[in-house]
Each structure stands twice: as structure tokens, then as C-alpha cells.
Write a protein that binds this ligand. Structure first.
Ligand code: C2E
Ligand code: MG
Ligand code: MG
Length: 544
């Protein structure tokens, strides 16, 4: 019925408040989920950046110390052990070839005794490294490293001190290198350009920061956002570099990913909802069209006789809904009734059919006794006021006319107690009950065992064939129905062969094109109904 996009959206559709609320909810959920994902990505990006900066700086400082060590080994060989007067000039000259150094000194008996810048000195190694070397770290090969804020000869001069023993087993002789702290600070400050707020080098128990501040203690957390910060160590020297993201970088990163993911979430929400609306639109529009159809008198009721199999005399009729749409023409109930039955709108449909039935009976006064069947889904039975309405309509029926409610649906079994009470009240009001489409997924054995039905309508799929199998199946259904004292009506009878089979098995009543197609009230209920029937009968409609 809705063939194109234009059919779906071109009908001047305006979303209901419920749809808008749903829309809002889905967008909120998907946007929040995306923002959460954005926050996770932000953390990840920042942590990665901190790791990259810390390990970059570690590489730079390790390289710096490595250069000093390698050059030192090459240049300083053979100086230790000789007096300062003998080696002073050579020491000064050779030190000038080694990058990053402020000074170098020869060490014997654990005392630095000759400096490249000051000549003869006397500074024990413990001044730099502490008695138990708690200030510095010990590296492989007997090397010692320390970070000091001043030297015996200069205040406020952060220095990275490296002692290289001549013999790894004798830590009292060797060369002491004093690496200029400014180079270290330069390396640390480099990380700032990449989003680090604090970068610090810690050696033993002393730290130096990217702004040149020296601290006699381990790295202290700077004014960083909580949860951030990372450390990296060198595999070659006992040094640790800490990097903590700058709050500005953190804010910019979370803004960037927050916006990016927020937009993705919002788009995803909108997309989901658009898909939902496209999928749900035909149903919504269908219900809207039915509602309008009822208002604009597009619906009407036709009747199909139900005959006694033995006499072929009419014993009842089934009222069937018809919809003539001004644009789409005749629409068979099979294409919309299931959708309508799942909504409260079915109450209006059933009310319309029942009222029309009573009006038609009052108007045409058909020969009695007669049963007039109306299709009613269980949702209707549960609706408040339905029973009273049905009873009032039954009361308006002439003597001999009984309203029969044809019910499908296994959901009846869900609230058995309530349904049973409703059944009892309806039957006391003179209304009869019928299981429709017996044998299909909606109406089964459990239903007829549990509820006091009067009629059982066998679905047309069981009456189509006339072979032995079909006969056996039909016979067992009939036997079982009779056991429960139900009157059996066979649906969809189109041929004499089918009729003969029903007669042979003992089916009570039948309904089908063989006897009469559904036709107008006048044709079926009016005087000489059977005579009019042929000319008024509708062409076959699809049964779904
Ligand atoms: P149903 O209650 O089982 O109605 C019998 C269907 O079989 C009707 O289709 C009828 O036209 C069709 N039929 C009758 N004899 C023959 C035959 O010999 N051969 C074939 N092939 N079909 C035959 P219809 O009118 O299209 O209705 C289809 C279904 O729609 C109904 O099945 C019923 O479940 C539902 N329906 C119809 N009117 C109403 C209504 O007023 N309210 C509700 N809730 N459902 C209705
Ligand atoms: Mg029916
Ligand atoms: Mg049926």
C-alpha cells in the first residue's frame, strides 16, 4: 500500500510527542555514549603523548651521558695516577673535546684531586654521591651517577655527575664528569612544546625540572589534572623521567575529541531514529489512514452466509469488514487488520462492525433463528466497557438472533482467569463464542480445552484437499470438537467435492464461495437474500 518514500513521508506527517520524546531519548543516549567514548580516547591520547615525551627525554639524556662516556673513555685514558701538575693542561684540553661537560676531574683513592677547570682540588666522591651513595645511582660497570644542585665551587649550578671507574672492580679510581645541568634542562623543556606541563629528571633522590628548578627529593607531582602523568626509565643509566600533561593540552584534547565524538553520537542517534521512523512510518500511517477512514465512512460491512452442511440452509452469517479507500481502492482486511488488532484502534473497528450488524439486522429483519458472527480479537475482550457494549447490542437483536464473537489468538491463555470470567458474562448475556481459524498458530487445542466455546471454525487450509490424509485429519478434529460439544464450521468451501467430504465426516456447518461469496447486507440479509446474492457478491478477496 505504501510503495514509495513519497507515500511514507509525503503525507504531511508530523511527529507525535511520544516520537519526539523517543527521538530525544535515543539522541541523548547515543550522544552520552559517544561523549564517554570521547573521554576514553582523550585519556588514551594524553597518556600516549606523555609516554612519548617521557621516553623521548630519556633517550636524549641517555644519549647525552652515553656521548660523555664514550668520548671520555677515548680521551682520558692514562691520566689517572699522575700528579695534577703533570696532567693539568692535558686534562683541560681533553675535556674541551667532550660535549656537554662543565668540567672533568681525575679520581684516586675515592677523592677527586685534579680538575680540568680548577687544577688541583680535593673533593671526596662521597660529596657527590653520599657516603652510602644514597644521592646517586649505581650503573653497570661500577659507574655512579648523581644529580646535584651545586658543586663545591659553584652555588645554584644543577649538575649531572657521572663517575667512570678505570677498573669496574675498583670504585676508588677513575674520571668524574660534571655534565652541565643546562643541557639536561633543555632536553626536559623540549617536552613542553608537545603538551607536557611538567617534565622532570630524577636520579636517586634528587630531581630537576624543565624550568631549571632543582629539588633535593623525588619527583613531586606538579599542578597537573588528576589521573595524568607517566614515567619512563633508561635501560642504560639509572635515571627516571616523569612527564605530566599540561592542563591546557588536556583541555584542548578533551574539547577536540568531545566535539568530534559528540557530533558522531548525535549523528548516530539521528540516523538510528531516522531508520526507526522509516521502518515504523508505514505502520503509523496505516493506523492514521484507518482512523481517518472510520471518520470518513470508508468502511462498511459485508456478510457471508454460514450454511448447515446437511440441508444447505443458511443458519448464520459472518460479518466481514471492508475498506474502500478513495485513492487505494478496496483494501482486503488481511493487509491491515493484524496491525490494527495490536493497537487500541481495534476497539473502534469492532464497535463499528457490531453497531452496523445490529443496524442491518434491525433494518432487514432476516429469517430467524440466525447467528451473526463478528471477528473480535482478545485485546477487545479485555477492553473496559466492551462486555457492556456487546451485551447492549445483543439486547437490541430480535428474538432468535445471536451475536457470535469469533476469536483467534493464543494470548487468551496468558490471563486465563480473567478471560474465563469475561466469557461467562458474555454467554449469560446471550452472546455465543467461536474459535476462529482453528488449527493455525493462533488457535489450538489448548484453547478449546480451556474455554467454554460454542463453535469451532476449522481454518480453510484443512478443508482444501479431499484426499485420505485430509479426511483423517478433518475427522479427528471433528471428533474432538464434538467431544467438547462444539458446533463445527468448516471455512473456505469452494467445491462440491469439499462439501461431500464434510457431509461424509459429519461437519455441522460450512462457509465458502460454494454457497455464497461475502455480499452486502441487503443481498444477504434482505428479503430473498439468496436471490440477490449472486449479482451483489464481491469478487474474491485475498485471504491472509
Ligand atoms: P476469517 O474471520 O477467517 O474470515 C474468513 C475469510 O475467508 C474472509 O476473508 C472471507 O472472505 C474468506 N472466504 C470465505 N469463503 C472463502 C472461500 O471459499 N475461499 C477463500 N479463499 N476465502 C473465503 P476476508 O474478509 O478477507 O477476511 C480475512 C480475515 O480478516 C478474517 O478471517 C478475519 O480474521 C479478519 N477480519 C475480517 N473482518 C474483520 C473484522 O471486522 N474485525 C476483525 N478483527 N477482523 C476481521
Ligand atoms: Mg472469522
Ligand atoms: Mg477464519
Amino acid at each position: 500500500m505504501f510503495r514509495t518514500w513519497r507515500d511514507v513521508l509525503g503525507g504531511g506527517w508530523t511527529p507525535s510527542p511520544a516520537t519526539l520524546l523517543l527521538w530525544l531519548a535515543v539522541c541523548t543516549v547515543s550522544t552520552s555514549a559517544a561523549l564517554w567514548a570521547g573521554a576514553r580516547v582523550t585519556d588514551d591520547v594524553i597518556a600516549k603523548r606523555e609516554r612519548a615525551i617521557a621516553s623521548d627525554v630519556v633517550v636524549a639524556i641517555t644519549r647525552m651521558m652515553g656521548v660523555v662516556e664514550t668520548h671520555g673513555r677515548r680521551r682520558m685514558d692514562g691520566l689517572i695516577g699522575q700528579s695534577c701538575a703533570a696532567i693539568g693542561d692535558a686534562l683541560t684540553e681533553r675535556q674541551s673535546y667532550i660535549p656537554y661537560l662543565r668540567a672533568a676531574a681525575t679520581v684516586a683513592d675515592g677523592v677527586a684531586y685534579c680538575s680540568s677547570t680548577r687544577g688541583s682540588i680535593r673533593v671526596p666522591l662521597s660529596w657527590y654521591f653520599g657516603k652510602s651513595f644514597e644521592k646517586g645511582g649505581t650503573a653497570a660497570g661500577g659507574r655512579r651517577i648523581a644529580l646535584v644542585g651545586r658543586t663545591p665551587f659553584r652555588d645554584a649550578a644543577p649538575t649531572l655527575v657521572l663517575f667512570e671507574p678505570t677498573d669496574p672492580s675498583d670504585a676508588s679510581r677513575g674520571i668524574l664528569y660534571l655534565i652541565e645541568g643546562v643541557y639536561v634542562v633543555d632536553a626536559l623543556a623540549h617536552g613542553q612544546g608537545f603538551g607536557a606541563g611538567v617534565v622532570a629528571l630524577t636520579v636517586g633522590n634528587a630531581s630537576i625540572y624543565q624550568d631549571g628548578t632543582f629539588q633535593d627529593g623525588p619527583f613531586r607531582e606538579g599542578p597537573a589534572p588528576p589521573g595524568y602523568g607517566t614515567r619512563a626509565t633508561s635501560a642504560r643509566f639509572p635515571i627516571t623521567v616523569a612527564a605530566v600533561a599540561d592542563p591546557g593540552f588536556v583541555a584542548a584534547t578533551s574539547r577536540k575529541y568531545g566535539l568530534m565524538f559528540g557530533a558522531i553520537g548525535l549523528l548516530a542517534g539521528l540516523l538510528l531514529l531516522t531508520i526507526f521512523l522509516i521502518v515504523a512510518a508505514p505502520r503509523r500511517l496505516l493506523l492514521q489512514a484507518v482512523r481517518q477512514g472510520l471518520k470518513r465512512d470508508q468502511f462498511f460491512v459485508v456478510y457471508q452466509p454460514i450454511v448447515s452442511v446437511r440441508t444447505r440452509q443458511r443458519v448464520g452469517v459472518e460479518a466481514l469488514l471492508r475498506w474502500r479507500h478513495p485513492r487505494w481502492g478496496m483494501i482486503p482486511p488481511g493487509s491491515y487488520i493484524e496491525t490494527v488488532e495490536s493497537t487500541p484502534l481495534i476497539a473502534d473497528i469492532t464497535r463499528f462492525v457490531m453497531r452496523r450488524v445490529v443496524e442491518d439486522v434491525e433494518r432487514y429483519r432476516p429469517a430467524m433463528p440466525m447467528h451473526i458472527a463478528v471477528n473480535v480479537p482478545p485485546l477487545n475482550l479485555r477492553r473496559r466497557g466492551f462486555e457492556a457494549e456487546a451485551a447492549a447490542l445483543q439486547a437490541r437483536m430480535p428474538d432468535g438472533a445471536a451475536l457470535v464473537l469469533e476469536i483467534t489468538e493464543r494470548h487468551l491463555l496468558a490471563d486465563r482467569g480473567q478471560a474465563m470470567e469475561a466469557f461467562d458474562r458474555l454467554r449469560r448475556a446471550g452472546i455465543r463464542l467461536s474459535v476462529d481459524d482453528f488449527g493455525t498458530r493462533n488457535s489450538n487445542l489448548d484453547l478449546i480445552r480451556s474455554f467454554p466455546f460454542d463453535y469451532l471454525k476449522i481454518d480453510s487450509q484443512f478443508t482444501q484437499s479431499v484426499d485420505d490424509d485430509a479426511k483423517a485429519l478433518l475427522a479427528s478434529i471433528v471428533a474432538m470438537a464434538h467431544h467438547f460439544r462444539l458446533v463445527v464450521v468448516a471455512e473456505g468451501i469452494e467445491t462440491e467435492a469439499q462439501h461431500a467430504l464434510l457431509a461424509e465426516i459429519g461437519v455441522d456447518c460450512a462457509q465458502g464461495y460454494l454457497y455464497q461469496r461475502p455480499a452486502s447486507a441487503e443481498a444477504v440479509l434482505g428479503a430473498g437474500g439468496a436471490a440477490h446474492a449472486e449479482q451483489d457478491a464481491e469478487p474474491a478477496l485475498t485471504v491472509h
